[in-house]
Design a protein around this ligand. Sequence first.
Ligand code: IMP
Ligand code: MG
Length: 179
Amino acid sequence: MPEDHVERVLISEAEIARRVGELGALLTEKYMGKNPLFICPLKGSAIFFADLLRKIKIPCEIDFMAVSSYNSNTVSSGNVKILKDLTCDIGGRYAVIVEDIIDSGNTLFELKNTLEKRGPASLEICTLLDKPSRRVKPLNPDYCGFTIPDLFVIGYGMDLNEEYRNLPYIGVYNDIVSA
Ligand code: IMP
Ligand code: MG
């Protein structure tokens, strides 16, 4: 059972839904008349992205990217490695990167720099979760659902070795399975 590895529910389905609604309202107001482009870096953001988009009540477009994330054995330098690029040109567009969680900030820092070079009219970051205590890069989200302590979380799109993405809530991972 996936639940065996959930030490406790950190953010419930209802809390997520309420906050996603608020973020959608903020983005709706901010981007009215601008036909914004919402960018989903796969895969962790997919669930948040799908829910958030339905709370945005203005014409907009979506696109998807896949980038390599650096682990502790890999030096993060230069541009992020793009595994799947956007299909549209973001030059002159009002773009928003929709992220699941910002941890060290390495991935998003590089991704943001890469996309900035393509000349968007603006480029903001909306993250569901932020773990600021872990940050090594100077990067702050423009919109943040919840600030959380230094915990490893799973569910609502977020994984551990590709598991648990389908949990409807955000849980704290625990590798000790109790009987
Ligand atoms: P960063 O480059 O260290 O900020 O890494 C960010 C990415 O690592 C996120 O987009 C997630 O995919 C993943 N990540 C960071 N913290 C967690 C966590 O607590 N649970 C699941 N995935 C995480
Ligand atoms: Mg992510």
